[in-house]
Write a protein that binds this ligand. Structure first.
Ligand code: AMP
Ligand code: GLY
Length: 435
């Protein structure tokens, strides 16, 4: 079948890489894609939320299945758009409709949902501009640190962890009275701080059946040792050594099952990925957030660990037949190191010429912010530029390979974290840190 992937990041290159390994894919398209996807698929110059152009391309190229990478088109209702149109209704589409995507699109919705269905999460209260004074009074009663979250999509910037009451008051005021994140902060959640270790679990569901994909840990801060500004993600590791069988089975029983039951009870037919951001608090899982899509760079370590044919998996999801599929996973560890442009996550440079080494065995380069110029020259075209992924029997060896490959990429102002996965070695007997 002909398939279209929507998006342009490392996540979408990883999807494209995995899908082109399947003999069930005839032609693959990526909209808009990057220099990496251009090498293995046909890029279509269409923005991710231009539904009309996407629909035209689907018809023109006889595309039978669409996989939606980022949250924006999902929250804006790309699935509803396809379902409402007679000529597009039959297209298989992997991603939730706008109702399902609220799990990510509105933190107030997802908090109410978790409370209603008994899913463990931090206690919280929601405030609006009209209840700002109550919010300020509420803040004064809370112990520190305290977490403030803009309700809507804020490009990963809508969460503030305030260390002092003064900072909390100021942030709440900025978000509600000064619309710091525009409409996204017209409601703000004030949430109890959870002290624990973070990890993410990914669920693929067809609305009835589900598969739990390999878990991953992300590294959000720009600097080594988790210092500095928040980013979209500077690296990822899978599997996560502290997520043992006992913990993952708690996640399945206390989080995954009630989430899917809750969606059904709400009349939401959720088809696609649910990314569950979790805090492990002394062995107990608490949900920090849901995303209605896969993570980036988590996808770059999760997909290489999946052995199952990706087209079969996606098709079964869209057709409600996930119960007919067996999910097979490699035991190997995978590590992704994200190589970024100078200045990221603030203003960064674009348009630098890249020299990209040939990956060796068990290593892969997933492009993120890259663009193909004339004569096959690859230019930087985003903050997160390229992702160096390695797989190995041990986490430490995957770390070394991923770091080595990242070092060998050349462009002006290149930066990457040197410590991805290093904090996890202490959970592994016999694996010593040697870089
Ligand atoms: P989010 O945008 O919801 O992923 O939040 C960004 C980051 O803030 C998360 O990855 C966590 O590290 C942190 N965070 C969010 N909520 C909490 C919480 N209740 N307690 C502690 N940390 C949190
Ligand atoms: N890496 C975090 C995210 O995709 O939201």
């Amino acid at each position: 079948m002909n398939i279209l992937i929507i998006g342009s990041g490392g996540r979408e290159h990883a999807f494209a890489w995995k899908i082109t390994q399947s003999k069930n894919c005839t032609q693959l398209f990526v909209a808009p894609g990057n220099a990496g996807t251009a090498k293995i698929a046909q890029n279509l110059p269409i923005a991710v939320s231009d539904f009309t152009k996407i629909a035209e391309a689907v018809k023109e190229h006889n595309i039978q299945m669409v996989i939606v990478g980022p949250e924006d088109p999902l929250v804006k209702g790309i699935v509803d758009f396809f379902r409402k149109d007679k000529s597009l209704k039959k297209i298989k589409i992997v991603g939730p409709d706008a109702a399902g995507a609220q799990l990510e699109g509105s933190k107030d919705f997802s908090k109410n949902f978790m409370q209603k269905y008994g899913i463990p999460t931090a206690a919280s209260q929601t405030f609006t501009k009209d209840t700002l004074q109550e919010g300020l009074a509420y803040l004064a009663q809370q112990s520190l640190p305290i977490v403030l979250k803009a309700d809507g999509l804020a490009a990963g910037k809508g969460v503030i962890i305030a260390e002092t009451h003064e900072e909390a008051r100021q942030s709440l005021h900025e978000m509600l009275a000064e619309a710091k994140f525009g409409d996204a902060s017209s409601k703000v959640l004030v949430e109890q701080y959870l002290n624990g270790i973070e990890l993410s679990v990914f669920v693929l569901t067809d609305g009835k059946n589900y598969k739990i994909l390999p878990e991953a840990k992300d590294y959000k801060r720009i600097g080594d040792g988790d210092k500095g500004l928040n980013t979209g993600g500077m690296g990822a590791v899978s599997p996560v050594p502290f997520a043992d069988e006992a913990f993952l089975s708690k996640v399945e029983e206390k989080v995954v099952k009630p989430t899917l039951t809750g969606l059904q009870a709400e009349g939401i037919k959720y088809v696609g990925f649910i990314f569950v951001g979790l805090m492990n608090v002394q062995g107990e899982p608490y949900v920090i957030e849901y995303n209605a899509r896969m993570g980036d760079p988590e996808t770059e370590v999760v997909l290489p660990r999946i052995k199952t044919d990706m087209v079969k998996l996606m098709k079964a999801t869209a057709e409600g037949k996930l119960d007919k599929i067996k999910l097979a996973v490699h035991a190997k560890a995978a590590i992704a190191t994200v190589v970024v442009a100078k200045g990221y996550p603030e203003d960064y440079r674009k348009g630098d010429i890249m020299v990209i080494p040939k990956p060796q065995k068990d290593t892969i380069l997933f492009h993120a912010g890259t663009r193909l110029a004339e004569r096959d020259i690859v230019l930087t075209n985003g903050g997160r530029v390229i992702v160096s992924v390695a797989m190995a029997r041990t986490l430490n060896s995957a770390r070394q390979k991923s770091q080595r490959l990242a070092k060998n990429i050349i462009f002006d102002g290149k930066y990457f974290r040197k410590d991805i996965g290093k904090d996890l070695l202490k959970y592994l007997k016999g694996e010593k840190e040697d870089i």
